[in-house]
Design a protein around this ligand. Structure first.
Ligand code: HEM
Length: 735
């Protein structure tokens, strides 16, 4: 940890350290610096008497404690963050005058916060939800915040609907249930009346909403922004983050179990990875569109419910983000950080996306109350590394001691300072977009194609991914109590895809409605043409986009993957050590799970093995793969342990790679993961070639005679595939 601290210094870290406090070897004091002699007893009138008002230490300590909480974020309350750096690969000067995008040698400090949207601060990480992906770049020209999500589109098209969306999805107001979940009536009531949300619903019902790790999520700026170069030329731009470890998710049954076993699963994963030196990395990508091409798409670039398929405009990877340092203090940094999509630097500008425009108002406004006043930019984590000079003064908790008499402009008493910076001195100027329009409450016509891209997403999914979406919708709508809401929702899904709607309806035991109710958005004032509020699908120009499916993601590494080795006394310690060595060599993490904690004795001349977890403190859902080494005695114990059997069974049901050698195969058989029982029992044969079962496509690698270490190599390949959905095709998984 200390090594990390020393290694990863940057301008922002140096600045933060000026506010650090370290109590090592120090005396306890009051906030006034007075040394405390007794922190165990309050000051009393006699040893059985009442406490005295005079006890300033008691009063100070309790008063501070009474005020320790601040309001949690109204959305994205649950989050985890880390420090790091961003480096551009090559100069982007032709496209943007943003200096931090010019010099590949410059490492720009960043602070990145990942979050769920719906749950409270203490909710579980594995809720089905969008993940926030907010990056604060501390550039030499001021802070740039890219406040994005792990999905490229959003539920609504106009900021004016955000409070409605959030009221609908949050716990219902009469009984404050359910926590951190969208599976309830008010959410689906709203969604079923808001066809513009359909595309986002496809994403949220997909496995993207239950990531394996923050480190394995994509990130998106969602809105169209602008790049503006030195000559004032503007291009539209969409921002992307591409994780180097690939995009991977867990399955829903697993997510629910993780929420019980380790509600901090994502937070812990991020923290531990950084502590271990496994620094999470993403490439920064941009899709750039010339201004003249603004209208060439069959959707509106300003519509945040639409994405630009990568097949239409490729993502140019322009730099790399590396997270290399955990925060020192959760509250001071992760909780007090204030992101704002309106924090931009010269070279980046906004588009007229009406959702983005709504956000530009929201963030400072909410932070004024969350952080208690107008000076939260002075909180260490929020301070830019660029100098700040202006005539803003005073207010709650002001830290800066501004010198001089003049706090206005123009002034002569302060020599006219601080001065406005000319364009040649890199003063920010907004992009001078020409606008000639009437003042209206309206949306452009292309916004009303709510269907095509929802269908594009559905069509682009692999067979297992489609199955998971169906199951998610069955789960979510199954929790809805009002039948009319379920039915209306299935009617909307039928507009996306008839098979999808049919499968969901089948699970809900209802028919697919023959016609859609209308107008859907019942708030349309009487007399207004309702057709505007109905989906108006256009013929899509693209039927599928490979980039939308996780099936083709990075599958050539097991770096940082967690492998459980199941063992008890008498384990074949040589086989265990051999496998451990092979996995560690590939960058995986290996943990021994046993019926109890402490140390195991290996079989025969085998040595001692430290146990990392007992079956009580870990479950298979916390791991990516399982290995069962032989050792007759060990396997006899494990076969009699219901939790060990459950461990193997769940790993199988969740389609994870499983390896077993020698007697280890008998535990696999005892757990009888459905379809493989027959195949595995053949291995009781005596011919050597019958003793090895390498079903790599199914992620089961078992051998009774692994003399040449073939099992480890095949196991490593199987883990890298992440999951073996072919097992699921047998409909065994409660996804
Ligand atoms: C008009 C629509 C929106 C409004 C009014 C809105 C409002 C808010 C508010 C009030 C917060 C809490 C901020 C704080 O307390 O510091 C927040 C956080 C956040 N929002 Fe939005 N939001 C909107 C749309 C979006 C969209 C479209 C995205 C993604 C592109 C997004 C991403 C985030 C993220 C990542 C955070 C958490 C930032 C952090 O980690 O502190 N929001 N939003």
């Amino acid at each position: 940890m200390d090594k990390n601290r020393k290694q990863h210094q940057n301008d922002k870290i140096h600045q933060l350290e000026r506010d650090g406090e370290d109590a090592d070897g120090q005396m306890l004091t009051t906030n006034q610096g007075l040394r405390i002699n007794d922190d165990q007893n309050s000051l009393k009138a006699g040893d059985r008497g009442p406490s005295l008002l005079e006890d300033f230490h008691l009063r100070e300590k309790i008063t501070h404690f009474d005020h320790e909480r601040i309001p949690e974020r109204v959305v994205h309350a649950r989050g985890s963050a880390a420090h790091g750096v961003f480096q551009v690969y090559e100069s982007m000067a032709p496209y943007s005058k943003a200096k931090f995008l010019h010099n590949p040698a410059v490492k720009t400090p960043v602070f990145v916060r990942f979050s769920t949207v719906v749950g409270s601060r203490g909710s579980a990480d594995l809720a089905r939800d969008v993940r926030g992906f907010a990056v604060k770049f501390y550039t030499e020209e001021g802070n740039f915040d890219l406040v994005g999500n792990n999905m490229p589109v959003f539920f609504i098209q106009d900021g004016v609907k955000f409070p409605d969306l959030v009221h609908a999805v949050k716990p219902e107001p009469h009984h404050e249930m359910p926590q951190a979940a969208s599976a309830h009536d008010t959410f689906w009531d709203f969604i079923s009346l808001m066809p513009e949300s359909l595309h986002m619903i496809m994403w949220v019902m997909s496995d993207r909403a239950i990531p394996r790790s923050f480190r394995m999520m994509e990130g998106f700026g969602v809105h169209t922004f602008r790049f503006v170069n030195e000559k004032g030329k503007s291009r539209f731009v969409k921002f992307h983050w591409k994780p180097l470890l690939g995009v991977h998710s867990v399955v829903w049954d697993e997510a629910q179990k993780i929420s019980g076993l380790d509600p901090d699963f994502h937070r812990r994963d991020l923290w531990e990875s950084i502590e271990q030196g496994n620094y999470p990395e993403w490439e920064f990508g941009v899709q750039m569109i010339e201004e003249k091409d603004e209208d060439r798409f069959d959707f509106d670039l300003l519509d945040p419910t639409k994405l630009i398929p990568e097949e239409v405009v490729p993502v140019k990877r322009i730099g790399k983000l590396t997270l290399n340092r955990n925060p020192d203090n959760f509250f001071a940094e992760t909780e007090q950080v204030a992101f704002h999509p309106g924090h931009i630097v010269s070279g980046i500008d906004f588009s007229n996306d009406p959702l983005l425009q709504g956000r530009l108002f929201s963030y400072t406004d909410t932070q004024l109350i969350r952080l208690g006043g107008p000076n939260f930019h002075e909180i260490p984590i929020n301070r830019p590394i660029a100098p700040v000079h202006n005539n803003q003064r005073d207010g709650h908790m002001r830290h800066t001691i501004n010198h001089g008499r003049a706090s206005y402009h123009p002034n002569s008493l302060g020599g006219g300072c601080p001065m406005q910076a000319g364009q040649d001195m890199r003063g920010f100027i907004s992009y001078a977009e020409r606008i000639a329009a009437g003042k209206v409450r309206a949306r452009s016509e292309k916004f009303f194609d709510h269907i095509s891209q929802a269908a594009l997403f559905w069509n682009s999914q692999s067979h297992p991914e489609k199955g998971h979406i169906v199951q998610a919708l069955r789960f979510e709508l199954g929790k809805v109590e009002v039948p009319a809401i379920r039915s209306r929702m299935v009617g909307l899904l039928a507009q996306v895809d008839k098979t999808l709607a049919g499968l969901v309806a089948q699970g809900l035991g209802i028919p697919v409605p023959t016609k859609i109710e209308g107008p859907l958005n019942l708030s349309v004032p009487a007399g207004q043409d309702p057709k505007w509020f109905q989906p108006k699908p256009r013929t899509p120009s693209l039927e599928r986009s490979a980039a939308l499916s996780m099936s083709a993601t990075v599958k050539d590494t097991i770096k940082t993957r967690k492998v459980a080795i199941l063992a008890a006394d008498g384990v074949d310690s040589a086989a265990l050590e051999r496998m451990k060595k092979a996995l560690l060599a590939e960058g995986a993490q290996v943990k021994v799970v046993a019926p109890r904690l402490g140390v195991l004795r290996g079989a025969a001349k085998g040595g001692e093995i430290s146990i990392d977890f007992s079956f009580l403190t870990a479950g298979s859902v916390l791991f990516d793969a399982v290995y069962i080494p032989g050792g007759e005695q060990s396997i006899e114990v494990l076969k009699g342990d219901a939790k060990a059997l459950m461990f193997v069974k769940e790993a199988y049901l969740h389609c994870k790679a499983i390896a077993a050698t020698d007697a280890g195969i008998d535990l696999l058989l005892a757990a009888h993961p459905a379809q493989d029982k027959t195949a595995l029992s053949h291995m009781k044969g005596t011919q050597p070639d019958e003793r090895t079962l390498l079903r790599v496509d199914e992620g089961i690698i078992a051998s009774r005679s692994d003399k040449n270490g073939r099992v480890a190599a095949q196991f490593i390949h199987a883990i890298a595939q992440h999951r073996h959905w072919v097992r699921e095709m047998k409909d065994q998984i409660p996804a």
